[in-house]
Write a protein that binds this ligand. Sequence first.
Ligand code: SAM
Length: 219
Amino acid sequence: MASPVTPQFTGARRRLLDELRAKGISDLAVLRALDLTPRHQFVPTGVRHRAYEDAPLPIGSGQTISQPFVHAMYLQTLKLEGGEKVLEVGTGSGYQTVLLAHLCREVYSIERIRPLLETARDAITACGVTNVSLLCGDGTYGWPEFAPFDAILVGAGAPSVPQPLVAQLAMGGRLIVPIGGRDDQRLVEFTRTETGTERRDLSPVRFVPLVGEHGWDES
Ligand code: SAM
């Protein structure tokens, strides 16, 4: 997979990697994916100078690109080996979509806000990855045509686990989803087993709401 590794922002990107290592990100494949992916191409020009801060940034339509540490933590938790089919709910900027494209075989990503999806599509294409499929719609329904998925990542906070996503997990597959209130949640990992699901609570997080049939109401 090609990726435009331009010298621009290389120093800032390397400093961000050092910061993430110091915060506990040690998975070499995840660090490589972060090194290959130009985060400055996934944020609006007005905040581009802040692209390599370990912070969420506004991307328009009232949404944010998540903090790099949070992306890295999701990916380090998943321990992808390269052959997986992964569903992402909440494409947003498309940055995590490209990180995933470097770490697994196929990425399916759903975003409900069309202008964000189209901007993300351009940024993803510019990175040269070719294993990503995008859909505009309510990701709380999942993407049944391409199920089952080895992993499902939800990038917005849900009031409870969207059951269609659990149903679309392969046996042994994992779903990572922030669950809780509209503003504060806990990151939770569910693993599909022969008898149901196993739950593991990870860390406290703050995400924008997952809006949809199996999420929050629009208002
Ligand atoms: N990983 C993305 C990034 O860093 O750019 C996360 C972006 S933001 C934190 C979460 C995104 O989820 C927003 O773009 C929002 O529009 C989207 N979203 C919320 N509810 C959704 C739903 N039901 N289906 C698909 N996307 C949804």
